[in-house]
Write a protein that binds this ligand. Structure first.
Ligand code: SAH
Ligand code: F3S
Length: 481
């Protein structure tokens, strides 16, 4: 899932371990990025203490929560459709309460209660600890809302329960919010200012996962490279920190080194990186530790310096290329993936070509590509006209997608004939006789099950591939086992 909006996970409802004595039923489903999925686990943990066990049956729920995404208009439309569905169920089950969580709650605030009559509760991403109070309000027949964004909330003290998972891989949040203010992006408005979580609580969460047999952790944040712990508080207030706080601060490279060192039998990934904040020190940590995966998701959005400037991305095409050169020099076999936006306001054919040539230069292993969607309240929406016609956006996006497909094929094929280290996650979607896992570079690998089991680290000799999947045969356990 990385940060990433994984299409097959959208709308997945979450089922947790049933707490005995709990009588009320919670149906919770999530849309959007990995952070939302991780947050829903925090929410379900909070509600487990309020008498709620989770259910996958919407019809029997006492409380329905939907964790929402605002990143593109389409994401919001999907949620509105789900609200219609809840409304239909509410007619059969009038006692059922409905709450909206996450970015759309934060963006629309009380408008939700006014427009969507079926919504009883609106809760922003920093207000989940207030859920018990809000539920009381609702039980007493009042609408409830808390969309206050926080300076220090990281939910570090709540241990999320994860039973809907494969028991092998997990996400651990390390930062919340974003200070970057890319002009197209709604996240700084919906998730607030950037703050980092205390290393101690991150280590404790990983220790807990390790003791439960998990083998891979993805450190999660809107901009993980910007991680900075100096005793608490906003990233932007670091300048006001004392000399002592500065001397004992922990940055992302240090955090990554710390977790890799402490758990040599676990693998670590992280997402998402931002080119402007990615320091060489992180690259050296990846190169140094075998258990830090050779994979960086490094969104660029456009290959045109002019568009990057309009997007407020803080780097040029050339600076990005120089960073890529550094990645390749320090971590020779590193996989790199992108996020790309086609049709940002004022984008010309020339700018679009710059994107295509940048993709050729980097040779991304894969990517997440989108047509620009104007988001109300963002700087781009306020200052720029959404002037690239829809069909031009679509055509450019298709060209970007087609080129990525070609490059992905080439990148994936380089593994054919090689032995790769795979962490087994689950049975393959296409065949129950095969395991599915990923190599260090984040490419999916499938192979006959043999005597291996999920959670095993194995060496797989790759014999064939598609553009996104390697096919092979296990030749034994790897050194990580
Ligand atoms: N730093 C964040 C980015 C979140 S948004 C993270 O990765 O955790 C994920 C991606 O959605 C962005 O990289 C961008 O490519 C895309 N995106 C964001 N706003 C968009 C918009 N208004 N229209 C189209 N795509 C958008
Ligand atoms: Fe959005 Fe840019 Fe932050 S894409 S999440 S404002 S890094």
């Amino acid at each position: 899932m990385e940060k990433i909006i994984e299409e097959n996970k959208q709308g997945q409802s979450l089922v947790l371990e049933q707490k005995t004595g709990n009588t009320k039923k919670l149906f919770i489903e999530s849309y959007g990025c990995a952070m939302n999925f991780a947050d829903s686990e925090v929410v379900a943990s909070i509600l487990a203490n309020e008498g709620y066990n989770t259910t996958q049956l919407l019809e029997e729920a006492d409380l329905v929560l939907v964790n929402t995404c605002s990143i593109r208009d389409k994401a919001e439309q999907t949620v509105r459709k789900r609200l219609e569905k809840y409304n239909a169920v509410k007619r059969i089950n009038p006692g059922m309460k409905v709450g909206v969580l996450g970015c759309m709650a934060e963006r629309l605030k009380s408008q939700f209660l006014e427009e969507e009559k079926i919504v009883d509760m609106v809760i922003g991403p920093d207000a989940y600890k207030d859920l018990p109070n809000l539920l009381k309000e609702v039980e007493e027949g009042r609408d409830a809302i808390n969309v206050i964004l926080s300076k220090d909330e990281t939910y570090g003290d709540i241990s999320p329960v994860r039973l809907n998972s494969n028991g092998v891989t997990a996400f651990v949040s390390i930062t919340r919010g974003c200070d970057n203010m890319c002009t197209f992006c709604v996240v700084p408005f919906t998730r607030g200012r950037e703050r980092s979580r205390e290393p101690q609580s991150i280590m404790e969460e990983i220790a807990d996962l390790y003791s439960k047999g998990f083998k891979e952790v993805t450190l999660l944040g809107q901009n993980v490279d910007s991680y900075l712990w100096y005793g608490g508080g906003l990233k932007k207030d670091y300048v006001k920190a004392s000399e002592m706080q500065k001397a004992t601060a922990t940055d992302f490279a240090q955090l990554l080194g710390m977790v890799a060192e402490a758990y040599p039998k676990m693998r670590f990934r992280f997402s998402t990186s931002n080119p402007q904040d990615m320091h060489e020190s992180v690259l050296h940590v990846i190169a140094k530790y075998h258990n830090v995966c050779n994979y960086i998701h490094l969104p660029v959005q456009s290959g045109s310096t002019r568009i990057l400037k309009e997007m407020n991305r803080q780097h040029t095409r050339e600076e990005y290329m120089a960073l890529i050169d550094k990645v390749k020099a320090i971590i020779p076999d590193c996989a790199i993936s992108q996020d790309m936006i086609s049709g940002f306001p004022t984008e010309t054919e020339e700018d679009h070509k710059d994107t295509l040539t940048l993709m050729e230069y980097v040779k991304y292993d894969f990517g997440y590509m989108f047509a620009y969607s104007e988001r109300p309240g963002t700087l781009a929406a306020r200052k720029m006209e959404d002037d690239v016609p829809e069909e031009v956006k679509k055509r450019r996006l298709q060209e970007v997608v087609d080129l990525q497909q070609e490059i992905s094929m080439e990148r994936t094929a380089r593994f054919v004939g090689q032995v790769v280290e795979v962490l087994i996650e689950k049975p393959s979607k296409k065949s129950d006789a095969h395991w599915s896992g990923r190599n260090s570079q984040n490419t999916t690998v499938v192979f006959p099950k043999g005597d291996y089991k999920p959670g095993d680290f194995v060496n797989v000799l790759v014999s064939d591939c598609t553009s996104a999947t390697l096919i092979g045969e296990a030749v034994g356990y790897s050194a990580m086992q």
